[in-house]
Each structure stands twice: as structure tokens, then as C-alpha cells.
Write a protein that binds this ligand. Structure first.
Ligand code: FEO
Length: 421
């Protein structure tokens, strides 16, 4: 007799949930907290001319997936398999599904084939690449594809079941929250998980989120079926609106002026790096046309700065060299940049040092590693800056400010250091 816990769940008369529950999962992708576990949501769609399976599950959970699938479908009736995203938590059961569903064709995004072959270690696997507005018919039901790359891999797409208004959104609008009740109007309060998931998975790709929302918002959505967490059938558009809100630049909305901004972060043992930061600020201010903020990292908490950095146009980081390294709050700040997109922002490094002065170069390496633009070589000053050295700080500020405003002072720009790609 089948375990009652492995039954599929009706989502709409034409859609069943056939995913897997993973309540014991405590961390995801090594760093994400999953205190409620997670789910790998997969769906079966029934059309008059055949069935479609949308996404699969992690390989370790394949038994749940196949048990639920077999309870609601026969393999020979499956005509379509859609993988909206190939990360192993959704593609793990795909090879076995394709072995069993011999009449099915696999539909993936145009960016997915390389990953498909690499992940499944199978160069012979057949697939049909699709993009925005391509459709596949199941008779009286139609699947329409939306190309939504980088949410959060290059391959990601969404699939819309037109006649029923169901958006199979992949990781988008998902969260790591395991609740057998499955639906957002019955599950526990997953607000924290939804926001946490966005912050860690989608936030670095805000521009791509906005592009995806331009495709999603015009749809007549009645229900959102993501690959993780509760199925969003109660006020699904609220979640779309929340993504729009979270992805829209705040600072420019707040000022209403669209000013460019420069942030100067520093930390200082004997105020030498502080004096450098202030002189750089003064020099940059002479250029004008952008807002400048100075932040002392003493105290070590960097999380409040992440929002500012995300919206800023230029970021300068100053640190003394202690034991041949930049100090921990500086590394914590630079580490936090991985949560957001800083690619292309103007950047620079500076600092006072006692005898070796490695910190500035190390910070610069990190900034370039993040694909920020570093238009002028970092500024290092031994111990207490003299008046002449403070003038070099002001000049450094003028250089960075001029570059930010699109008027680079050619004499000081080190073109070999530019790191856009
Ligand atoms: Fe849920 Fe990006 O995999």
C-alpha cells in the first residue's frame, strides 16, 4: 500500500504537485540557513493531448518524486518535460525520468544545454531549446516560455500555463520553507524565508529581476508555482509586487534627483587613514555633481552598509596595514559585496602604513576581482600624512571624482587597471 505521505497534491484541476519535502535540510548551498528545511517542487500538468512534467527534484529525493508522479500519471502519457533551471536540486531526477518517460521531449532555455551536459555528464541527451513566447501544446493546454536569465543562473526560465494562469517560476518567488500544508494560505508564516531567499539568491541579480518582471507582470496570473517553498495561490501578485519593490533602486527613489553617490569607508588606528579619507573627500567635493558620504568602520558592523553600497556609484575603502593585512572590518565589508551586484562601480583603495603597507594592494585586488572599475592606483602613505601628502590625497579624490563624472583627468588614469568586462 502506498505511503499516504507520498501522494500528489492537487494544485488546480489540471495541475498536481509531485515534488519532495526535505524538512531536515539545515543549510543550502553551504551558506544559506534553512531552519524550516525546504521543498523541491515539481508539477504535473494535464492536457487533452498529453502530460507535462515541470521540473524534477534533488536526486536524493527522487523516490518521493516518482511515487507522487506514478500516483497521478503513466510514464507513456508524458509528452513534455520542462526544466526551468538545471541546478541539481531540480535536475537530480531528470536522467531517470527521461529513461522512464520514453515519449517525452525535454524543453530547456537556450542557455541551458552546456550546463545540461556538464551536470548530467551526458552528451547524448536530447533537448529542445526555447525562449520567450515559444510555446508547446498539450492539446487544450498551452505552455508558454519566458526567458528570465540569471535568476539566479544563466539558464533560468519561467513557464506559463496560459489557460489556467499558472506561472511555474523556478527559484523566482521561492523560499526555503518546508510545510506539508504546501499553500501560502495554509502554511506557517514564511515571510522571513521569502525575504531571506530574495536577499541571498536574487538580490545580486536585481537588474535581471526587473527585466523578468517586465515579462511577468503583464500576465494574468492566478497562481505562482515556484520550485521551493509554499505555492502562492492567495494574492500571488503581491509577491510579484514585492520583487518589484525589492529590486528597484532605493536611493535614487528617495532623492528623486538621480544624483551619483560616492561612499568613502575607512578605519584608522591613529587617525592617519582618517585624515587621508577626509582629504580624499575634500578633493572629490571640488569636482562636484555627486554626493559624498564618509563612514568609519570602527565597531565592525558592516551589514547596514550593504544597501548603501548597492546603490552607490563609487566606493573607496581605506585601511591601515596591520600584520601585513587590511583589518577585519574592511574584509567583512568587502565580503558583504558578494551579496549584491557591484560590477562596474568605480572603486579605489587607500591607507596609511608603518613599514610594509600591503593592505592597499590587497583591497585593490579584491575590488578588481569583483569586476569594479579601479581607475587610479591605490594611495599609500607612510605613517602621518604631511601637508604635501594630504594634497596628493585631495588629488586622488579629484581623479576618482572626475572619472565618476565621466571627465577623467588623463594624466593620472592608469588604463591598465581598468577592469570592466
Ligand atoms: Fe533551487 Fe537554483 O536551485
Amino acid at each position: 500500500m502506498r505511503d499516504a505521505g507520498l501522494l500528489p497534491v492537487e494544485v488546480t484541476p489540471r495541475v498536481h504537485w509531485i515534488g519532495a519535502l526535505d524538512p531536515k535540510m539545515r543549510t543550502f548551498d553551504v551558506i544559506l540557513k534553512t531552519p524550516n528545511g525546504t521543498t523541491y517542487n515539481a508539477y504535473l500538468v494535464r492536457g487533452s493531448a498529453g502530460l507535462a512534467v515541470i521540473d524534477t527534484v534533488k536526486e536524493e529525493c527522487a523516490e518521493q518524486f516518482f511515487a507522487r508522479l506514478e500516483a497521478v500519471a503513466s510514464y507513456e502519457d508524458i509528452k513534455v518535460i520542462v526544466l526551468n533551471h538545471l541546478e541539481p536540486d531540480h535536475s537530480g531526477a531528470l536522467p531517470e525520468l527521461m529513461r522512464r518517460a520514453v515519449n517525452a521531449k525535454l524543453y530547456i532555455s537556450e542557455a541551458a544545454p552546456l550546463m545540461l551536459k556538464a551536470l548530467l555528464n551526458d552528451t547524448a541527451i536530447a533537448y529542445i531549446p526555447v525562449t520567450t513566447n515559444d510555446t508547446v501544446s498539450l492539446g487544450d493546454r498551452t505552455l508558454r516560455f519566458l526567458n528570465t536569465p540569471y535568476l539566479h543562473w544563466p539558464d533560468t526560465q519561467c513557464t506559463f500555463l496560459e489557460e489556467d494562469g499558472v506561472l511555474f517560476s523556478g527559484d523566482v518567488f521561492g523560499c526555503h520553507y518546508c510545510d506539508e500544508q504546501l499553500f501560502n494560505d495554509r502554511a506557517g508564516d514564511f515571510h522571513f524565508s521569502f525575504e531571506y531567499y530574495y536577499a541571498h539568491i536574487m538580490r545580486p541579480f536585481k537588474q535581471h529581476v526587473l527585466q523578468a518582471l517586465d515579462l511577468i507582470e503583464p500576465l494574468h496570473i492566478t497562481l505562482i508555482a515556484p520550485t521551493h517553498g509554499p505555492i502562492l495561490r492567495d494574492h500571488p501578485r503581491d509577491y510579484v509586487a514585492r520583487y518589484r519593490e525589492l529590486s528597484t533602486p532605493r536611493l535614487h527613489m528617495d532623492s528623486g534627483r538621480g544624483d551619483k553617490t560616492m561612499l568613502i569607508f575607512y578605519i584608522s588606528s591613529y587617525r592617519n587613514t582618517t585624515h587621508m579619507a577626509e582629504a580624499i573627500r575634500d578633493g572629490a567635493a571640488e569636482v562636484g555633481g555627486f554626493r559624498i558620504s564618509l563612514y568609519d568602520l570602527e565597531g565592525g558592523e558592516v551589514e547596514p552598509f550593504v544597501d548603501l553600497v548597492e546603490d552607490a556609484d563609487a566606493i573607496l575603502v581605506g585601511s591601515p596595514t596591520i600584520n601585513g593585512d587590511a583589518v577585519k572590518p574592511v574584509w567583512d565589508l568587502l565580503s558583504s559585496f558578494a551579496k549584491i551586484s557591484v560590477k562596474g562601480k568605480v572603486a579605489g583603495a587607500f591607507g596609511s602604513y608603518g613599514w610594509s603597507g600591503e593592505a592597499v594592494r590587497m583591497i585593490e585586488d579584491r575590488l578588481r576581482g569583483l569586476k569594479m572599475r579601479v581607475p587610479a592606483g591605490g594611495l599609500r602613505i607612510k605613517l602621518i600624512p604631511s601637508e604635501e601628502e594630504l594634497e596628493s590625497c585631495r588629488d586622488y579624490g579629484r581623479d576618482i571624482g572626475s572619472f565618476l563624472m565621466g571627465r577623467p583627468r588623463a594624466r593620472d588614469i592608469d588604463m591598465s587597471q581598468l577592469s570592466i568586462d
